[in-house]
Design a protein around this ligand. Structure first.
Ligand code: NDP
Length: 449
């Protein structure tokens, strides 16, 4: 049962009609519209000026062919996407995802979310997202490079440090960003460092960018817990995924004195009651690019791997879903609540289904939505752009201190907005309204755009 205000129902119906079959996009729009009833009651001009309709329609959507040659000499064809969602606050900014599930609906949901997330950071960045249905699993370095070069051969004409600035996401890390930047540089004959973020340190990357999303999510969780006089010290934590976000979330939980007892990849999950051995996990997932099922054997006892069942049945105080969208459903949420979870922070984008979110909120669990909780990655990307623009390079400590301050500001602005709308502790409402109002105000000022 949708909880969209009746004034907004026609807008949502039009989104459904115009974007038929794009279920993840519908889900993301519905979640934001559910928060906006009280906003349009205060600001009827947002309805009169069709601001919400305009915000739900991407400024530009680009879909293109990506042909490349594999190691056997066979020609492969993938589909590339870039959705330039909203540039009211700055150049389009958002990652590229390489995963076989990628389609235009997924990229649009991510671009829509990104617009509000970027607004929440308070930094001058608009929202966009892109990627391809390319599956990097099992591909050689040479194949990855040729694919990235082919993708950039079309994408470069839509990018620029003042236009559109991609970064990494699922399946796109430092290796892929390097190949993409190298090809952009060749095609444009410009050393335009600020056109991509997540670069290697040696050629314009920012310290702490790799760690930023995972660290930022844990800072956000820590801030939420502090409002209840709690902390991560001594807490049992479950983190899904074992990629960029998950690994650095685990690192920061450890730094706060918590213990991560389970994590996963797309083949299953591991439980290690002694606490996940992070160096071993990094070795398996980041260095060898292997499966998490290798962990128990390499650990030499004390851990187990499971391909069956739900990792959310593992009892914990804090859950950090950090793999992919809709990975934690209503029955997972019920299991977490039954086992006494006190806080949930979304490291991934939209990992909790709407039913799961409702259950957490009804049970009074601290719930940090992705837009706010995982905004540290894109915020640090904006810091990378700042360093590139001033041809400067900050220390790890300075960059992380800024990240921590930004996460605290995001937390506080979401909490204050929720409070001012009569819903204290509702970070979903706080994040949606704060992000929306910033974008809407900028668009108002610019006329009918
Ligand atoms: P990575 O590719 O580094 O890691 C993704 C992890 O999730 C891997 O462990 C992967 O398993 C697992 N995974 C991916 N798809 C599925 C699936 N369908 N089912 C189960 N497990 C899956 O990506 P990131 O860590 O960068 O991204 C994770 C999430 O965080 C995404 O939602 C992304 O949009 C979001 N995010 C990322 C940011 C960043 O800075 N990187 C910023 C903000 C949000 P396997 O190894 O088997 O593929």
């Amino acid at each position: 049962m949708s909880r969209i205000d009746e004034k907004l129902v026609p807008i949502f119906e039009e989104v459904l009609r115009r974007n038929a079959g794009e279920t993840e996009f519908h889900q993301a729009v519905e979640e934001v519209l559910e928060s906006l009833g009280a906003v349009v009651a205060k600001h009827p001009e947002y309805i009169d000026n069709a601001l919400i309709e305009r915000i739900c329609e991407p400024e530009r959507q680009i879909i293109f062919r990506v042909p490349w040659v594999d190691d056997k000499g066979q020609i492969q064809i993938n589909r590339g996407f870039r959705v330039q969602f909203n540039s009211a606050l700055g150049p389009y900014k958002g990652g590229l995802r390489f995963h076989p599930s990628v389609n235009v609906g997924i990229i649009k949901f991510l671009g829509f979310e990104q617009t509000f997330k970027n607004a929440l950071t308070g930094l001058p960045i608009g929202g966009g997202k892109g990627g391809s249905d390319f599956n990097p699993r099992g591909r050689s370095d040479g194949e990855i490079m040729r694919f990235c070069q082919s993708l950039m051969t079309e994408l470069y004409r839509h990018l620029g440090e003042y236009t559109d600035v991609p970064a990494g996401d699922i399946g796109v890390g430092a290796r892929e960003i390097g190949y993409l930047f190298g090809q952009y540089k060749r095609l444009t004959n410009r050393y335009e460092a600020g056109v991509l973020t997540g670069k290697g340190l040696i050629y314009g990357g920012s310290r702490a960018r790799t760690e930023a999303t995972g660290y930022g999510t844990v800072y956000f969780i820590d801030q939420m817990m502090k409002t209840k006089g709690e902390s991560l010290e001594g807490k049992r934590v479950v983190v899904s995924g074992s990629g960029n976000v998950a690994i650095y979330a685990i690192e920061k939980v450890n730094a706060f004195g918590g213990k991560v007892v389970a994590c996963s990849d797309s083949s299953g999950f591991i439980v290690d009651e002694a606490g996940i051995d992070l160096e071993l996990l990094k070795e398996i997932k980041l260095s060898r690019r292997e499966r998490i099922s290798d962990y128990p054997c390499l650990k030499g006892g004390g851990a187990c791997f499971s391909e069956q069942g739900s990792m959310w049945e593992v009892p914990c105080d804090v859950a950090v879903p950090s793999a992919t969208q809709n990975e934690l459903n209503g029955s997972d949420a019920a299991a977490l609540i039954r086992n006494g979870v006190v806080a949930v922070g979304e490291g991934a984008n939209m990992p909790c289904t709407p039913e799961a979110v409702r259950l957490f909120q009804a049970a009074g669990i601290l719930f940090g939505p992705a837009k706010a909780a995982n905004a540290g990655g894109v915020a640090t990307s904006a810091l990378e752009m700042q360093q590139n623009a001033s041809r400067d390079s900050w220390t790890f400590e300075e960059t992380e201190a800024r990240l921590e301050m930004i996460m605290r500001r995001i937390h506080d602005s979401c909490a204050e907005t929720a409070e001012s709308y009569g819903a204290p502790g509702n970070y979903v409402l706080g994040a949606n309204i704060t992000g929306f109002v910033r974008v809407a105000e900028a668009m108002q000022a610019m006329g009918v755009i």
